[in-house]
Design a protein around this ligand. Structure first.
Ligand code: GTP
Ligand code: MG
Length: 282
């Protein structure tokens, strides 16, 4: 951990930790970020009206909560359209393509995988390629096929996935079993087959570090969050800059600037990567 010596007005020395990632935390920055997503339009050359981001991850990682958090930011109040909770199996059973009201991007929510219920690789390819209809009810026993009612035959580029966000529970990074790690890597191999850009949303940072729990603006001075980011970057073979620590709304009754900033930064990166991907599809 880096330390920066600073001098207070009365000349006394105090040590503050130098952030391991630069981040502005003020309301003005939040406004700028929010505005840039509000006015976001996917790269127009390919006739794509909406950029689609797929959320993939273990059960309980916070995929549906992430959608709810993004939606809350744009609604200006806490909302919980997607069902969330803690349950032995995936709470989310339907494939849902949630459009953020009046915005040009969508978040596609999937059922979570668990030790003994992987996401079928072919089913994932169908999702990536835009063959799976909105509200399709997952059935781990019967994977989606060409014959499943509702199968979308010739999806346009705008129906496909343009960026994948792996959602990983930051508070369990040290306890991930080999089976779960393998499932994550297997999903990544499938996503790589389509050449899709990827980021990681490292959720529940409030549970990693008490300082962050008390004040989310301590995220980038927290050594516990820093080491979780490093660990996940190593697991996924992605640069650390692709790992975004976030805190979802779960116990809050009103919006919090710091929480919004973390989530907006992650979304901005997703949409930039989605744009790059869309541009490459000729
Ligand atoms: N403390 C804390 N809790 C969170 C956070 N994000 C999600 N949760 C909680 O984690 C639990 C699971 O969240 P969900 O959003 O339902 O997880 P999911 O990935 O959609 O799970 P499945 O649909 O079952 O695959 C809920 O009780 C949430 O309130 C977070 O950032 N911090
Ligand atoms: Mg869910």
């Amino acid at each position: 951990m880096l330390h920066l010596k600073v001098f207070t007005n009365n000349g006394q020395q105090s040590a503050v930790e130098k952030p391991w990632r630069d981040q502005k935390w003020n309301e003005e920055h939040m406004g700028v970020m929010r505005q840039s997503l509000e006015t976001y339009k996917p790269n127009r050359s390919q006739n794509v009206r909406t950029a689609n981001i797929l959320l993939l991850g273990q059960i309980g990682a916070g995929k549906s909560s992430f959608f709810n958090t993004v939606n809350s930011i744009f609604r200006g109040k806490i909302t919980s359209q997607a069902c969330i909770g803690s349950f032995g199996h995936s709470v989310t059973l339907k494939y849902r393509q949630y459009r953020i009201i009046y915005r040009r991007f969508s978040l596609c929510d999937t059922r979570g995988f668990e030790e003994d219920a992987a996401v079928d690789a072919q089913e994932l390819l169908f999702i990536l390629d835009g063959n799976v209809p909105d509200r399709y009810q997952f059935n781990p026993m019967v994977p989606f096929t060409y014959h499943t009612p509702g199968y979308i035959k010739n999806p346009a580029l705008e129906n496909k996935i343009h960026c994948v966000a792996f959602v990983i529970d930051g508070s369990t990074v040290d306890e991930m079993s080999d089976k779960i790690l393998k499932q994550l890597k297997d999903l990544q191999i499938t996503v790589n087959q389509r050449g899709l850009p990827q980021i990681v949303l490292l959720t529940k940072v409030d549970k990693i570090c008490p300082d962050v729990n008390a004040d989310v603006t301590k995220t980038f001075t927290s050594s516990a969050v820093c080491s979780a980011v490093e660990k996940v970057a190593n697991i996924m073979g992605l640069p650390r800059a692709r790992v975004f620590p976030v805190k979802n709304y779960e116990n809050e009754t009103g919006l919090v600037v710091g929480i919004n900033i973390l989530v907006l930064e992650a979304m901005k990166r997703c949409l930039d990567l989605a744009d790059d991907f869309i541009e490459e599809q000729v």
